[in-house]
Design a protein around this ligand. Structure first.
Ligand SMILES: NC(=O)c1ccc[n+]([C@@H]2O[C@H](COP(=O)([O-])OP(=O)(O)OC[C@H]3O[C@@H](n4cnc5c(N)ncnc54)[C@H](O)[C@@H]3O)[C@@H](O)[C@H]2O)c1
Length: 250
């Protein structure tokens, strides 16, 4: 049985991804700082006949990341797949953008991905196979986002991280790819304080060529594909999954 570790898997895209991998027969290691939500996702996978376990993990902790990866390797051997999904997108105008807020965003949205891959990749390399998927954003690959420059910058950084890791790890059979979601109906996008809010999200559907905002499952299925053998010759790419938003003319 293959084992996948997903960060930020208690809600949103991470949750949908955990459920999709569970259905596909993976042992799912659900991790999050949201303990009740994360535990509920693991229970749901088990209730549907799958295998899962929840572990509290704050991705900003190198020690906690290293300890969890070592425990999982002792229990199950090298991990087969990592989904670096945890992220924050706080709205802060440039004049209020403190060094601390910049650093916090980069720590969670970018550095944590390196932390996880650094911890898990030695055993994956020794096993000679594995797949890593990192969550970027259309705000990282194409759009600028006002009052979110720290987020845009970190999510652009994910594109470079994916490229660098892909080249460094390819010789040992590991593939590293990114997904850049468009507007997806999750707590992040539904936040009035930090993002579009429910009304803004509905309005966005008008200028998305496919005529609707994305659902978490729309992203989860692409992540599952990138982890699969169907994507065996693909590495270093960050794929936009946005209902045609970036290529649309409006
Ligand atoms: N929703 C969108 O429209 C959208 C668009 C582009 C990119 N994304 C990206 O997709 C990913 C998932 O986003 P989402 O919309 O599901 O967001 P969400 O806010 O619904 O979920 C984010 C998850 O990350 C977790 N998290 C936050 N800080 C953490 C930390 N320090 N340690 C561990 N977990 C932490 C949260 O607890 C939560 O479970 C993020 O990286 C986000 O930036 C989302």
């Amino acid at each position: 049985m293959k084992t996948v570790l997903i960060t930020g898997a208690g809600i949103g895209i991470g949750r949908a991804t955990a459920l999709a991998f569970g259905k596909a027969g993976y042992r799912v290691i659900v991790t999050d700082i949201l303990e009740n939500e994360g535990a509920a996702v693991a229970e749901q996978i088990i209730a549907s006949g799958g295998q899962a376990e929840f572990h509290a993990l704050d991705v900003t902790s190198t020690e906690a990341t290293d300890v969890l990866v070592a425990k999982l390797e002792a229990d199950y051997g090298a991990l087969d797949c990592l989904v670096a999904n945890a992220g924050i997108a706080h709205k802060v105008p440039l004049t209020d953008l403190s060094d601390e807020k910049w650093d916090q965003t980069f720590d969670i949205d970018l550095k944590a991905m390196m932390r996880l891959v650094r911890a898990a990749s030695p055993a994956m390399r020794a096993a000679g196979q594995g797949s890593v998927i990192c969550l970027s954003s259309i705000m990282g690959v194409a759009y600028g986002w006002d009052e979110h420059v720290h987020y845009s910058a970190a999510k652009s950084g994910v594109v470079g991280l994916v490229r660098g890791l892909a080249v460094e790890l390819a010789g040992d059979g590991l593939r590293v790819n990114g997904v850049a979601p468009g507007y997806i109906r999750t707590a992040q996008a539904l936040s009035r304080q930090h993002s579009l809010g429910p009304e803004g999200l509905e309005k966005a559907a008008d200028f998305i060529p496919m005529g609707r905002v994305g659902e978490p499952e729309d992203i989860a299925d692409v992540i599952l594909f990138l982890a699969s053998d169907g994507a065996r010759y693909m590495t270093g790419q960050t794929v936009a999954v946005d209902g045609g938003l970036l290529v649309g003319r409006y």
